[in-house]
Design a protein around this ligand. Sequence first.
Ligand SMILES: [Ca+2]
Length: 277
Amino acid sequence: MAARNVRLTNLLVATLIGLAGSGSALAIFPNGGFEQGDFSSWTIGGGSNQGLLGATPFTSASISITPGGPGPTALIGTLTDPNAPTLVLPRLGSVTAQLNNAAGGSLVTTLKQVDTVTSADVDSSDGLPHIRFSFAPVLEDPNHTPNEQPYFYVALRRVSDNSLLFEQFAYSGQAGVNFLTAPTGWKYLPFQDVDVSLPANAVGEQIELTVIAADCSLSGHGGYVYVDGFGSQALPPAGGGQGSGVPQEVPSLSPLGLLGLIAGVLGLTAILRRKAA
Ligand SMILES: [Ca+2]
């Protein structure tokens, strides 16, 4: 019996050492491309959309979700989405995750993961850790008041001080956001390829990723977000370009992209100031 316990202990120690060793060499966000065929390593949450609080411009503090069963999720293979017909799906690999769906019900689906930045996330081109991913919101536009519209939210935060590294947030049809309009009348964005460069001292720090996709708060209209490719590796361009024939700007130059970039730069500047102080 004692010998068996020793063997078990040795096995456990060896396993822990193995996990620790492999963990330090793995890039951030396991199953970041959903290629395990499920949502393992991710936390799915949500509830009911009570409408955004306060007045425009909305911030993350405007988000009000009544806890309850999460909205739907799905893994999408090859698909032409009539609500976003220029998107080429899947975005990367064999599946792309879909958070929430076209049906209403005032549902909200949230996707979260906390993981640690490691040296494996450092980009050789600039010596800095990077977080990269791609997302495309697809929102019905019932022309409710802004706080009642379907919306999406994407954010990256440093856990140690809750500082914002990246954020994008818009309700359907929001002025200044370059939404495309599908023949179905839905509003959507081409895949937004995000590349957030972190300060060098972010290695060893935990980063929390959050994506939220919300139906309208009056329950009759849907909204969802496609997400893929979470990690530190550069993403190949989206298939089908950026919607040939559809007048639009390059995503990285769109007001929404710029807002995100500004938010990211402000976040990094704040961190750098704090570190310098
Ligand atoms: Ca994928």
